[in-house]
Write a protein that binds this ligand. Sequence first.
Ligand SMILES: [Zn+2]
Length: 347
Amino acid sequence: MSFDRSQIDLFPTSGIANWLPNETIFSMCSRYHKLSGNLLASTTCKQLFGHAQKGTAHDFPSRIDMFVQNTGGLLGTTDDIIRERTLLPFYLPFRSAVDEEAAFLAMAGSGIGSMKFQLGILTSRFGANHPLKACAECMEEDQKNFGTAYWHLSHQLPGIWICLAHEQPLMMASEKSNGIGRFLWLLPNQQVLTSIDCRQFCSRELAAAIKISQTAERLLSLQRGFHFDSRILVKTYHSALSKRGLLTNSGKLNNTEIGAAYSMFAGELSHIPDFSNVTENPNAFGGLVLRLLRNPRSGTHPLRHILLICWLFDTWGSFWDAYLQENLNEKIREIGKKENSDQEYAS
Ligand SMILES: [Zn+2]
């Protein structure tokens, strides 16, 4: 790829040398907008993405190829930016490699089109707009250390409502997600942020919110290109259900007891904004988890897996060890089957 030298100078001359730790691309572009002195958001968007509006999305911006070209590749490749600076990697481990490739092409190119639908985000009950979130203590520290507050990627993940560094509830800004400021560049400040109602967070509820946040963050940190094997995933979930006595003697799902136990667990999470709607009808919620336990690829949102993991395994580490063990067991079974068929063939 060849680069136009005048475009390469965009960032160095603005005073922005590099990414801040765990920063999103929307945050970096918002910092650039502020320092550039551009009056209109569309001017900045055209300079960076070659389009007046596309590129301003705070969750899944498109035209990343154009951004890389306009910044001379100084801030990373298209692949690096999508993987390290956007929300997309959170949605990929429970999807297929084909879904991943299609999503990357959409974000690199001229528009995400039906990507949110394809990833099951639009059809989930968790909301598809991703409110911007920030931690007041992080903002203060960032202002001191870097001269500016900025949007941290880990805070933006669905399910994360606690800053794990400070164990404080996050604040949220709805400007980008309510349509009013859809095409604006924004940085976190107290005027745009509102506190979530955390007065009712007792220590048990805070601990639950921390656990969900930790699990969501671990999902994002899986290695590039990793996809769960749905057969192994089902076995992993079913082994945990069996240990809890939630399978019948013949190994089938005990629907009534699973629905009741899961609804009780989920009902205690209604203080977390992402789950306030989904816990309204515990019976329907129990039904959804049964569908997930039968077919983990049934177009479900990662938050459903995160809830299931927290319910059945308590921590990501326990779940991950169980998944790896099931994977190993499956490989040993396959080797055994192959040896048996080889022996049959030889005899
Ligand atoms: Zn913080």
